[in-house]
Design a protein around this ligand. Structure first.
Ligand code: ZN
Ligand code: FE
Length: 257
């Protein structure tokens, strides 16, 4: 496993309301786009930055993550990277990856970690200290279980949690405010969540992304990463259940929040 060395500079392109396409440099004037659900805003961003696109990293097959991939490939000759397990339902892949693969992105490398749960073929990408998590993990939340069982998603989240706490987490959606509301509903007396609330509101009001977050922050405050915390389990009335059962109940409650 590559250990994070230097900080990766990552910039957001906002698309489709609440999706982010994360952009980072693979060489001088060459970028990588993660989950480009739309091509137009990415093209505008690249031309404003006088740059081209070398690679497209796809975390999973949903249209809000893949919709712009083919057009960007045609325009820039960028290589499309995605999960081999999902190759039938992803845009045509130039590099098909699986868990543990290291892929070369011009002057940097990405490590692939398989995180099934939201979809069966979902993967995340670690580049230096940045983890691009698609719809597996959100700030204060996690992806819906469209294809995996709670146990499968739980294992995926466990894998992510073995990374250093300083890892910067880049989810594909701005869901932090709603997730915060849900987290606070579980733990209305949490000082940390109450402090965070005013910070998040200020960011939202000024249209500043609440992301990235860090793994350490999420381990402390994300309900879905706290299922082994007995005190937290008592607060949610789930102390009699196993951590995976608690996870399943919380995910279900979040679906109806
Ligand atoms: Zn999705
Ligand atoms: Fe999505």
């Amino acid at each position: 496993m590559i250990m994070p060395q230097e900080a990766l500079i990552v910039e957001p392109v906002q698309i489709l309301g609440d999706n982010y396409v994360w952009m980072f440099a693979s060489a001088k004037n060459q970028y990588v786009a993660v989950d480009p659900g739309e091509a137009g805003p990415v093209k505008q961003w690249l031309s404003a930055n006088d740059s081209s696109l070398s690679h497209i990293l796809l975390t999973h097959h949903h249209g809000d993550h893949t919709g712009g991939a083919d057009e960007l490939k045609r325009e820039y000759g960028a290589k499309i990277v995605g999960s081999r397990a999902d190759s039938r339902r992803l845009p045509q892949l130039d590099i098909a990856v699986e868990d543990g693969d290291l892929i070369n992105l011009v002057e940097c490398q990405a490590e692939v970690i398989a995180t099934p749960g939201h979809t069966i073929g979902h993967v995340v990408y670690m580049v230096a200290d940045a983890l691009f998590v698609g719809d597996t993990l959100f700030s204060l939340g996690c992806g819906r279980l469209f294809e995996g069982t709670p146990g499968v998603m739980w294992q995926s989240l466990q894998k992510i949690q073995t990374l250093p706490g300083t890892t910067k987490i880049y989810p594909a959606h701005e869901y932090t405010m709603t997730n915060h509301g849900f987290a606070l509903s579980l733990e209305p007396d949490s000082k940390a969540l109450l402090t965070l609330q005013s910070q998040l509101m200020a960011m939202n009001n000024n249209d500043i992304p609440t992301l990235p977050t860090t793994l350490a922050h999420e381990k402390m405050l994300n309900p879905f990463l706290r299922c082994e915390d007995e005190q937290f389990a008592k607060k949610t009335g789930l102390e009699a259940k196993t951590p995976i059962e608690r996870f399943a109940v919380l995910r279900e409650r979040r679906n109806h929040y």
